[in-house]
Design a protein around this ligand. Sequence first.
Ligand code: CO
Length: 204
Amino acid sequence: MQSIEELIDNNVRWAEKMRKTDPDFFIRLAQQQNPKYFWIGCSDSRVPANQITGLPPGEVFVHRNVANVVQETDFNVLAVLQYAVDVLKVSNVIVCGHYGCGGVRAALENFRHGIIDNWLAPIRSLTRSHKDELAGLHEGAKLDRLCELNVLSQSRHVARTTIVEDAWERGQELAIHSWIYSLDQGILTPLRKPITSPSDIEAG
Ligand code: CO
């Protein structure tokens, strides 16, 4: 593990390296951000949006929480989504989950973890609504499938927010992507076609 002081040293070296390849990089970024992508992902340290998509600072607006949950009652995600759609005018929202997600695993377990059980309630309800499909799978496959179902469910939630409905209504182009990341391969896989209009939501 690197010490906290090393992080600051790393930062100084990184900033120097960036300036060497592009002297105006930080000056330009300091003026404004103009990302075309908004990422909703898991807080898991192994799934950093910029690194796994090869995007430099300024290219992706990011919101992360445990198990990439999008709830219409969560002001945090709604505020970030509204800024991304209405102000930054991103053209792509990426909901990205990952296999082996600890949050999704906790939603499958029949014991108390603490406050997180409340946060994971939408995933626990997803487990109940896909009970039959999940019952036929062994433990690992069950977790993987629930990770996929969760991404699919959360991207539909994004599509049904008033923010996205209003954007489509006024003719703004916006595609919602449903991706899953495999920790052991480092690979992103789309789970369905992007949602680009209300009629796409259930079509997937
Ligand atoms: Co996770």
